[in-house]
Design a protein around this ligand. Structure first.
Ligand SMILES: Nc1ncnc2c1ncn2[C@@H]1O[C@H](COP(=O)(O)OP(=O)(O)OP(=O)(O)O)[C@@H](O)[C@H]1O
Ligand SMILES: [Zn+2]
Ligand SMILES: [Zn+2]
Length: 802
C-alpha cells in the first residue's frame, strides 16, 4: 500500500503530497490523518498521511519510517478543511494542518554527528564521543563554532556521519524528584565544617529533617535557596538522587465550581433561541446572529442551545476571545456541564493544552470552550458552534494561515449540517449586513434580563474641563461619582484605552487631530522624521507647532498610562483601594484571575485597567464605570477605528448596573462629538450601523469591498520598493475596472525587526482570479534567487491594514 504524505517543509515547491510505501509491518495500521516520519532527501521529516492508495506511478519510492499516532489526529473532515483553508488563506498545506493541532504535536528537528570509524578519532574529539556515540549540532554551535568546522571536515572524510532526528516535544509532564542516597552520608557531609558549601548543607539539612522519601526538586530548591548546580554537585558526589517522573496535568485541579441549573427563559430569550433550536432539531445548517445588548442573557441562550445539542448526543464548540476567557467565563460552562467541558486557551502550558485536546479526540468531553484555534477541535459529531463577541478582531489570525474563525465555523457548520451562532452586543458591520441581506438569520435581544435599564451615560468634554481650570485627568463629575461610590461601599471600574498611545497628535484646546485629505483616517506621527504621514496613500506633512485649527500651542502627542492614573488616584482619593490590571500586573500566570477574584470579593473599591477589563465581567456591586480618553482609538490609522470605538464603549458601559443596583457611566474625551461616542452613549447600535455603513460605502471599505493585501518585507528598502512596484504593475494589468489598486506604500508598521515593509492594497467586489494572481506573484519572487530574503504575505480578506 502507498501513503500520500504532506511533509513538514513550508515551501512552495514542496506544497503537495509525496508518495511513500507503507512497509508490511505497518500495513493495516496506517490511516489518513496520522502523523508519520518519512525520509526526505538526507533528512527525516514529520508529515501527515492524507490518503492511502493501492499504487503509485512514482519510481524509487521510499518507505515510511515510523507512525507516530495510534489513531488519526486529523479526522477526514479536518483533512478536507485543511485543503480549503490552505487554498483560501494562501498558506502551505502543512502550515494549515499544523495550525489545527496543539503545538506539542509539532516536530522539532535535530541534526547530530555520529561516529562511523572510531579508530580514526583522536583526542580531544574522541573524548567528546566517549559518553555517547553522538553529539547534537545545536549543542556545539553555541559554545564552540571552531569545533563545528573540525567535525564537518571529519564528516566529509567519512569518519563521522551526519544524521537527522525528529523529536516529539515532551508530551507528558515530567517533574524532577529528589531524595537522599543515604541519610548518614548526608549527616556526615553536614558535619564537615567546610565554609564554602553552605548552600549544599542547607539543601541536605532540609531533606534530613523531612521524613525520608522523594520531594519535588523545585520545592526543595525554593525552600533552601539552593540552585540546580548545587543539587547537581551533590548528585555527582553520590549524596543525592534526582529522578524524573511523570505527573498528570489538570489546569482546573482543586477548583470549586458552582453548579448551575437552566434558568426559565424570558420571553425575549424564548424568541431568540427559537431559530437555533429549530436548526438543531432539523439538522440543518443555519448561521444565526444573536444580537443582544449587554446583560441581555446571551450566555443563558448559549447554555440551553448546547444542552439540546448534547441531548442529541452531539458536540459543541464555544469560542470566546482570549482576553475574556476568564475563570468566571469558564465556570459558567463548567458549572452547567461539569467535566464534559474541555478548555483551550493560551494561558495553558503546551502540555496542558495537549492534554485538553486529547480529551476531545478520545471523546471524553463533548463541549470545548476556547480561543480562536479551538474551532479546529476534532469533534466528529459537531452539533453547534457558538462564537461569543463575534466582532472581536482576535478571531482573525494575523499569521499563516490567515484564517477567520467565523469562516471556518461556517464551513464546519455546513459539513455537519448544524447551526452556527454569532453572538454580540455590537456585531461586526459585515455580520450585521449579512443578517440584513438574509444570509444569516437575525435574533435580537433588545432588553436586559428583568428589564433593568441600560446604564445612563454622561459624556464629558475634557476641553471644557481644561477651560474651567481642571488640569487633572479626572473630570469633576467623575471625581464626585467616585467619591459617592466609596461612601456607599459600591465598586467602580476605570477604563483607560491604551490603543493609539502617542501615535497621533491632538490639540488639547479644540480637539483637533490631523487627518489625511484623501483617506479619512488620522495621520500617524513619526518621531524620527518629525512628520505626519498617511499609511494608506503615503501623503505626508510636517508636524505643526501650533494648532492649525485654533492656533493654540497646546498641541501635543497623546497618551497616558495606567500607572500614571494610579498615581493620580492615590493623590486625589487616598482612601480608595485600587486594583490595577494591565500587561504589567498580569504577566505572571494566574495573576489575572487573582486580581479579578480580589475585586469580586470586595477587596478593592476601584478596578483600573486596559482593554482586558472591558469584556465579560459580571460584578453585581459595580455601579460606576469611568472611561478615560474614550476617543484615543478613533485616531488609529484604521478604517475600523469608529467601529472599534463604538464596540469598546458599549462593552465597557455594559459592565455597570447589571444586577439590582443601577449603573452609571462617565465617558471622558476630547473629540466627544464623534458619532461613535455619541451613539454608544445612547446604546444605539442601529443608528450607528446605518451611519457607519454610509461612511464605508463612501470610502469604499468593507463590507462594500473586500480588501486584498500583499505585504512585502526585506532588510533592504530598495528591494521592497522594487518588488512591490512590480507586483502592483502586474495586478493593475489584470484587475477588473470595478476594483481599486492602492499603493505600493509603506505598511503602517514600516519596519519590523530591521525589515522594511511595503504593501499593495486592492479594494474589490468580485475578483475570482485574485487568489491565483497573488500565488503567481509570490511564486515569481520565490524563484528569484537574487532577492532571497524577500518575504511576501497575501491576504484576500484583510481585516486590518496595520
Ligand atoms: N432567564 C433568566 N432568568 C434570570 N436571570 C438570567 C436569565 N438569563 C440570564 N440571566 C442573568 O442575567 C445576567 C446577564 O446575563 P448574561 O451575562 O448572560 O448576559 P450577556 O448578554 O451574555 O451579557 P454580556 O454581553 O454583557 O456579557 C447574568 O447574571 C445571568 O445569570
Ligand atoms: Zn486647536
Ligand atoms: Zn491618505
Amino acid at each position: 500500500m502507498i501513503a500520500a504524505v504532506v511533509v513538514d517543509v513550508p515551501s512552495g515547491s514542496v506544497n503537495k503530497t509525496f508518495d511513500y510505501r507503507i512497509p508490511v509491518e505497518l500495513e493495516g495500521w496506517a490511516e489518513p490523518g496520522m502523523r508519520v516520519i518519512v525520509p526526505f532527501g538526507p533528512r527525516k521529516l514529520q508529515g501527515f498521511i492524507l490518503e492511502i492508495k493501492e499504487d503509485s506511478t512514482v519510481k524509487g519510492m521510499k518507505n515510511i519510517i515510523e507512525i507516530l499516532d495510534p489513531l488519526p489526529v486529523l479526522t477526514s473532515e479536518l483533512i478536507e478543511l485543511g485543503r480549503w483553508l490552505a487554498e483560501n488563506t494562501l498558506s502551505f498545506y502543512i502550515t494549515a494542518y499544523q495550525a489545527m493541532l496543539p503545538a506539542a504535536m509539532k516536530a522539532t528537528y535535530e541534526k547530530a554527528f555520529q561516529v562511523l570509524v572510531p579508530e580514526k578519532l583522536t583526542d580531544p574529539i574522541a573524548s567528546l564521543f566517549s559518553a555517547n556515540n553522538e553529539i547534537n549540532v545545536s549543542d556545539i554551535t553555541n559554545e564552540n563554532p571552531h569545533l563545528l568546522k573540525t567535525l564537518q571536515n571529519l564528516a566529509k572524510e567519512g569518519v563521522l556521519d551526519v544524521v537527522y532526528k525528529v523529536k516529539n516535544k515532551a508530551n507528558k509532564k515530567r517533574v524532577k524528584f529528589v531524595s537522599l542516597a543515604s541519610k548518614d552520608l548526608a549527616k556526615d557531609t553536614i558535619q564537615q565544617n567546610q565554609k564554602k558549601a553552605e548552600k549544599q548543607k542547607a539543601l541536605l539539612r532540609e531533606l534530613v529533617n523531612r521524613p525520608s522519601g522523594e520531594y519535588p526538586l523545585q520545592e526543595i530548591l525554593t525552600e533552601t535557596g539552593a540552585s540546580h548546580t548545587t543539587a547537581q554537585t551533590l548528585v555527582k558526589k553520590g549524596i543525592l538522587h534526582i529522578e524524573e517522573k511523570e505527573v498528570y496535568r489538570d489546569p482546573f485541579q482543586g477548583r470549586k465550581m458552582k453548579p448551575s441549573k437552566p434558568l426559565p427563559l424570558t420571553e425575549n430569550q424564548e424568541n431568540a433561541i427559537k431559530p437555533i433550536l429549530h436548526s438543531i432539531e432539523n439538522n440543518n445548517h443555519q448561521t444565526v446572529l444573536l444580537h443582544g445588548v449587554t446583560g441581555s442573557g446571551k450566555t443563558e441562550i448559549y447554555l440551553q442551545s448546547i444542552q439540546s445539542v448534547l441531548d442529541k448526543g452531539k458536540e459543541a464548540i464555544v469560542l470566546v476571545p482570549e482576553i475574556s476567557l476568564t475563570p468566571q467565563m469558564v465556570n459558567r460552562f463548567k458549572g452547567r456541564f461539569g467535566s464534559a467541558v474541555a478548555v483551550l486557551h493560551s494561558g495553558l502550558s503546551i502540555g496542558e493544552k495537549y492534554d485538553e485536546w486529547r480529551k476531545i479526540l478520545r471523546k471524553e468531553v463533548s463541549v470545548v470552550v476556547g480561543a480562536r484555534s479551538a474551532i479546529f477541535a476534532p469533534f466528529q459529531n459537531l452539533g453547534i458552534v457558538i462564537i461569543d463577541e463575534e466582532h472581536e478582531t482576535s478571531y482573525k489570525q494575523e499569521d499563516h494561515p490567515r484564517y477567520h474563525a467565523r469562516d471556518v465555523a461556517i464551513w464546519r457548520g455546513k459539513f455537519h449540517s448544524c447551526p452556527i451562532v454569532l453572538g454580540s452586543a455590537t456585531p461586526a458591520l459585515e455580520t450585521y449586513a449579512r443578517a440584513q441581506k438574509g444570509r444569516y438569520q437575525l435574533a435580537e435581544l433588545a432588553k436586559r434580563v428583568h428589564s433593568n435599564p441600560m446604564p445612563e451615560v454622561t459624556i464629558i468634554d475634557m476641553r471644557e474641563e481644561l477651560k474651567n481650570g481642571n488640569r487633572s485627568m479626572f473630570s469633576k463629575e467623575l471625581m464626585d461619582k467616585l467619591k459617592t461610590g466609596l461612601e456607599k461601599g459600591e465598586q467602580s471600574v476605570l477604563f483607560l484605552n491604551r490603543r493609539g498611545y502617542a501615535s497621533f497628535i491632538l490639540c488639547r484646546d479644540c480637539g483637533y487631530v490631523a487627518h489625511c485629505p484623501h483617506c479619512d483616517i488620522s495621520l500617524t506621527f513619526h518621531k524620527r522624521y518629525g512628520e505626519l504621514k498617511c499609511h494608506y496613500c503615503g501623503y505626508k506633512e510636517g508636524t505643526p507647532s501650533v494648532c492649525p485649527s485654533c492656533s493654540s500651542e497646546h498641541i501635543r502627542f497623546f497618551g497616558t498610562g495606567t500607572q500614571k492614573v494610579e498615581e493620580e488616584l492615590a493623590k486625589v482619593l487616598p482612601e480608595a483601594r485600587v486594583i490595577r490590571m494591565d500587561v504589567d500586573t498580569t504577566s505572571k500566570k494566574g495573576s489575572h484571575e487573582k486580581l479579578l477574584t480580589a475585586f469580586e470579593n470586595g477587596e478593592a473599591d476601584i478596578l483600573l485597567g486596559t482593554q482586558m477589563i472591558a469584556k465579560g465581567l459580571d460584578f453585581p456591586k459595580v455601579t460606576l464605570v469611568g472611561v478615560l480618553a474614550a476617543d484615543t482609538m478613533l485616531h488609529l490609522p484604521d478604517f475600523r477605528a469608529s467601529e472599534k470605538t463604538f464596540q469598546l464603549l458599549t462593552q465597557v458601559s455594559g459592565r455597570a448596573g447589571r444586577h439590582e443596583l443601577e449603573g452609571k457611566v462617565i465617558v471622558q474625551g476630547y473629540d466627544t462629538q464623534h458619532y461613535s461616542i455619541q451613539l454608544a452613549s445612547k446604546h444605539d447600535y442601529h443608528t450607528f450601523y446605518n451611519h457607519e455603513m454610509q461612511a464605508r460605502k463612501l470610502h469604499q471599505y468593507p463590507p462594500f469591498y473586500y480588501l486584498g493585501l500583499l505585504t512585502f518585507s526585506h532588510p533592504d528598502l530598495m528591494q521592497v520598493v522594487d518588488a512591490s512596484d512590480k507586483a502592483a504593475t502586474y495586478l493593475s494589468k489584470r484587475l477588473s475596472h470595478d476594483s481599486l489598486l492602492l499603493g505600493p506604500v509603506t505598511s503602517p508598521i514600516a519596519r519590523v525587526k530591521d525589515r522594511y515593509r511595503y504593501q499593495v492594497m486592492i479594494k474589490y467586489k468580485n475578483e475570482p482570479e485574485l487568489r491565483v494572481w497573488f500565488e503567481e506573484i509570490i511564486a515569481h519572487f520565490q524563484k528569484d534567487k537574487d532577492i532571497k530574503d524577500l518575504q511576501i504575505t497575501g491576504d484576500l480578506n484583510a481585516q486590518t491594514l496595520m
